[in-house]
Design a binder for this molecule. Sequence first.
Ligand SMILES: NC(=O)c1ccc[n+]([C@@H]2O[C@H](COP(=O)([O-])OP(=O)(O)OC[C@H]3O[C@@H](n4cnc5c(N)ncnc54)[C@H](OP(=O)(O)O)[C@@H]3O)[C@@H](O)[C@H]2O)c1
Length: 255
Amino acid sequence: MDTLQSIGLGTMGIDDPETIARAIELGYSHLDTAQIYDNERVVGQGVERSSLDREELFVATKVWIDKLAPKAVVDSTEASLGRLGMDTVDLLYVHRPRGDYEPAETLPAFDELRDSGHIEHVGVSNFTVPQLERARDHLEAPIFANQVEYHPLYQPEAALEDAREHEYYLVAYSPLANGRAGDIPEVVEIANKHNATPQAICLAWLTAKDNVVAIPKASSEAHLRANLEAADLELDPEDHDAIDGIEREEEIFPE
Ligand SMILES: NC(=O)c1ccc[n+]([C@@H]2O[C@H](COP(=O)([O-])OP(=O)(O)OC[C@H]3O[C@@H](n4cnc5c(N)ncnc54)[C@H](OP(=O)(O)O)[C@@H]3O)[C@@H](O)[C@H]2O)c1
């Protein structure tokens, strides 16, 4: 399977193509957008302004819940491609299994888009294990990724086990707890020990896990750079145990 960069760029809230172009220059090659972020055009313009060719990048977008009837899947994906200025996306997700989502109807439309070359891979997002099982019954393509909320305060272990068992990526969204990393005492303590930031600790902890990649959102050059570098930080086994053992469960984006 294609190898996903361990730290990709979450683009929710980024509305300046220069941020995207700068991120690419710094080394980001996995870009994550969605129809609902209303910035696919911004992402496309950033790619266009960067010095990398489209083929060197991995671009993912997501179909929103009101576009999950079969014809709407196809039409809205074509519209996404138009806004991105691309012939194809590397990964297309079902954003949430809600709204017009009907596995037997929605997922064949994703297969159709793959057969026609509009998309390279099929992904799902915010799926539980039973929803993943049901999806596999209706999808010809292998699931390439399940994108779920994953940070020290919300750890979806069952989803990770499924990703490992069926050999696909778990893409961790809101990996910095949506800006709250510095409020988690266990993480702050480990950051002090390694002379690193709490944000770097979250990313080092996540990306050390098999099958997991993370997509922090950042806008400043300093944050963009620091997050990429965090993948090189190695934590001690007891650091991993301490974060794995955090029992507070605070989901930022519940259903
Ligand atoms: N599939 C879904 O349903 C879903 C839902 C939510 C999010 N997502 C995806 O996940 C991505 C990331 O999630 P998120 O935006 O919720 O939160 P996040 O990545 O956990 O946190 C982003 C926040 O952290 C700050 N930050 C970034 N790097 C930092 C650093 N090194 N030091 C200090 N602060 C730092 C950012 O500030 P600055 O911007 O000022 O740098 C921003 O305020 C989204 O952009 C989106 O692509 C997907």
